[in-house]
Design a protein around this ligand. Structure first.
Ligand code: ATP
Ligand code: MG
Length: 149
């Protein structure tokens, strides 16, 4: 299972646009794709046309099991949403004395092998959650498309 994080510390450079369209493009080509949003802005759900009651925050705190939190956005494409509840998760991770950087990896372990590709959208900056995503991911797409202004 390929796990690609779209990450760059600068804001507004097209991370979410890249993550959502890459996920949709791979799904259209027949891959089973899970798009995970690790940003409190929760834009990936909006861009995918989904309204999620639970997402990455609830899965990582073990309030909801991963299969119950993943929403099907279209054929071959599933979403684990981000949003404001991730702010509480960041506090929870920061309070852990040991292994906080592995919280997401541990919580997502039951999903191993269920998808061909996992695409992770990240927030700008390098917060505890982005560090968690980098521990989970197998590769980083760190320079999304540039455009002329
Ligand atoms: N290739 C592109 N060409 C022109 N505009 C783009 C391109 N990609 C994204 N945009 C626009 O740039 C803006 C920021 O894009 P996006 O939200 O994807 O950035 P982001 O890096 O996820 O932002 P943030 O750091 O706040 O999460 C949006 O209005 C989006 O429509
Ligand atoms: Mg974004």
């Amino acid at each position: 299972m390929r796990k690609t994080a779209v990450a760059l510390s600068k804001g507004g450079v097209g991370k979410t646009t890249t993550a959502v369209n890459l996920a949709a493009g791979l799904a259209a080509r027949g891959q089973r794709v899970l798009l995970i949003d690790s940003d409190t802005q929760g834009q990936a759900a909006r861009a995918s046309g989904c309204q999620a009651a639970a997402g990455l925050a609830e899965v990582t705190t073990a309030e909801v099991a991963p299969p119950q939190a993943t929403l099907q956005a279209r054929e071959n494409l599933w979403l684990l949403a981000g949003g404001r509840s991730l702010a509480g998760l960041k506090r929870d991770i920061a309070r852990r004395d040991f292994g906080g950087e592995q919280a997401v990896t541990e919580a997502l372990a039951p999903l191993e092998g269920q998808y061909d590709t996992v695409i992770l959208d990240t927030a700008p900056g390098w917060d505890t959650l982005t560090i968690n995503v980098l521990f989970y991911a197998s590769e980083v797409l760190w320079r999304p498309f540039r455009w002329r202004s």
